[in-house]
Design a protein around this ligand. Structure first.
Ligand code: NDP
Ligand code: 8X3
Length: 257
């Protein structure tokens, strides 16, 4: 296929979905990973309606399931194997518990998704990129990886790991044409906070009250900027946040009436 191919993990919501829309608009072909078949079918239907020439390939798997991930990647038809860009986006936070009080099971889910899922996908996709002599890996890290904040220690640790894995991969690929980018957003209004507050939509909405958060589209624009930079430029990291956010813990919220 002549068009470039991007594989996006966690493509059915928020930042991943916004990336799918942006790259479709820019004429890329999409391998869209999701674990929920009906959400993925709906997204593909909408995308094809908006971009009639678009080619998509559904990559159904939970990124925590290494065996399933390998099987679906091994099954890629030959015209889809030439992946130009991997966006490791699937990720989540659950809870705001203290490190000595939270649930080990919920922490496993975060660690297995945000670290081990990203690592397994990288391990499976990057060798082909090296063989083809081209490729770019964009990891969705977070401002949370720069410093821990109250009630976020495990999530922050997973995003610090994403930074270390991005930096390590960049070092390991230094003698190749491949590029590695870590995009580190601050507050972005997606389904992320609903998951953080275990489905409590009101608590999630309150988190964004009085501040204008970033959107998935804002992040997708930044991801696309990094992906479309001239090949001799490697955008290593981007930290971006709302104008009224200064760090992971310091934000200004307008008083509500
Ligand atoms: P959303 O909850 O809106 O989207 C997360 C996506 O990841 C969903 O499509 C979800 O699928 C998918 N996903 C979660 N677990 C798995 C899994 N095991 N296998 C496959 N897919 C999975 O949140 P965001 O778009 O905000 O989050 C995307 C990334 O951005 C995450 O890595 C997050 O840590 C990061 N981030 C988010 C910020 C924010 O403020 N929103 C800020 C900084 C970083 P499903 O719908 O099936 O659950
Ligand atoms: C998400 C950003 O600061 O809400 O990674 O944890 S934050």
């Amino acid at each position: 296929m002549d068009n470039k191919i991007v594989l996006i993990t966690g493509a059915t919501s928020g930042i991943g979905e916004a990336c799918a829309r942006k790259f479709a608009k820019e004429g890329w072909y999409l391998i869209l990973n999701a674990r929920n078949v009906s959400k993925l079918e709906k997204l593909i239907y909408e995308l094809k309606k908006e971009y009639p020439g678009l080619m998509t390939y559904p990559l159904l798997c939970d990124v925590r399931d290494r065996g399933q991930m390998k099987a679906v990647l091994d099954d890629l038809p030959s015209e889809w194997t030439g992946i130009d860009l991997l966006i490791n986006n699937a990720g989540l936070v659950i809870g705001v518990d203290k490190e000595f009080e939270g649930s080990l099971d919920e922490w496993d889910i975060m660690i297995d998704t945000n670290i081990k899922g990203l690592l397994a996908m990288t391990r499976l996709v990057v060798p082909g990129m090296i063989e083809r002599g081209r490729g770019h890996i964009i990891n969705i890290g977070s401002i949370a990886g720069d410093a821990a904040y109250p009630g976020g220690s495990v999530y922050c640790a997973t995003k610090a790991a994403v930074k270390a894995l991005s930096d390590g991969l960049r070092i390991d690929l230094v003698d190749t044409p491949l590029r590695v980018t870590n995009i580190k957003p601050g507050m972005v209004e997606t389904n992320f906070s609903v998951v953080r507050y275990r489905g409590d939509k009101e608590a999630a909405d309150n988190f964004y009250k009085g501040i204008r958060p970033l959107t998935g589209d804002d992040i997708a624009e930044t991801v696309y900027f990094a992906a479309s930079a001239p090949e001799h430029i490697q955008i290593a990291e981007v930290l971006l946040m709302p104008t009224n956010q200064a760090t992971g813990t310091i934000s200004y919220r307008k008083k509500q009436e």
